[in-house]
Design a protein around this ligand. Structure first.
Ligand code: S3P
Length: 181
């Protein structure tokens, strides 16, 4: 039997560039929750940036660290967790998040994602000759898992405060005990 969920955190999943960190910071500030970013936890543990981890150790090593930090988050309380784009695309990591968090997916079209990431260089998976095609391909692969989030938010045209408000509204519906009186 599946144990009951105790939703005490919020996890934001979605593709690279969909705004998980920006929305997460705002939601955390408004709720008085801690803000946690899985990529930052991985970088702190490895002592190097994500791009260097990929370069020196390869993607499989990065994914192993990612799994470790996501598993450890099950112990946390009153956190808003921004995840790296691969976390919400992995069914086991998604299941781990769902044990303690309301999982919200920020949904963005490939064109919008490309507009947002085109001038950034820190994402190894997008350092390819045709990044827009890579975005479409990865998004198509990942979307069946992303769609299993508890809440799907269309982030294409919404402003940050509106998205944060939506996340908080959904969280309040399911997690009364985690909120200060
Ligand atoms: C990845 C997303 C990145 C980072 C790594 C791999 C992915 O995080 O974890 O480059 O597989 O989608 P962001 O989604 O914060 O860019």
């Amino acid at each position: 039997m599946t144990p009951p969920r105790t939703i005490r955190n919020i996890a934001l999943i979605g593709f690279m560039g969909s705004g998980k960190s920006s929305v997460g910071h705002l939601v955390a500030a408004r709720l008085g929750f801690a803000f946690v970013d899985t990529d930052h936890l991985i970088e702190a543990r490895a002592g190097s940036r994500i791009a260097e981890i990929f370069e020196r150790h390869g993607e499989a090593w990065f994914r192993a660290l990612e799994r470790q930090v996501v598993d450890e988050l099950e112990q946390r309380d009153r956190c808003v967790i921004a995840t790296g784009g691969g976390v919400g695309a992995n069914p086991e990591l998604l299941a781990s998040l769902k044990r303690h968090a309301l999982v919200v997916c920020l949904w963005m079209s490939p064109d919008k994602l490309w507009q947002r990431v085109r001038r950034q260089t820190h994402r190894p998976l997008l350092q390819v000759p045709d990044p827009p095609a890579r975005i479409r391909e990865l998004l198509a692969q990942r979307q069946p898992v992303y769609r299993q989030a508890d809440v799907l938010l269309n982030a294409d045209n919404r402003r940050l405060p509106q998205m944060a408000a939506q996340v908080i509204k959904q969280f309040r519906l399911v997690a009364r005990d985690s909120l200060a009186p």
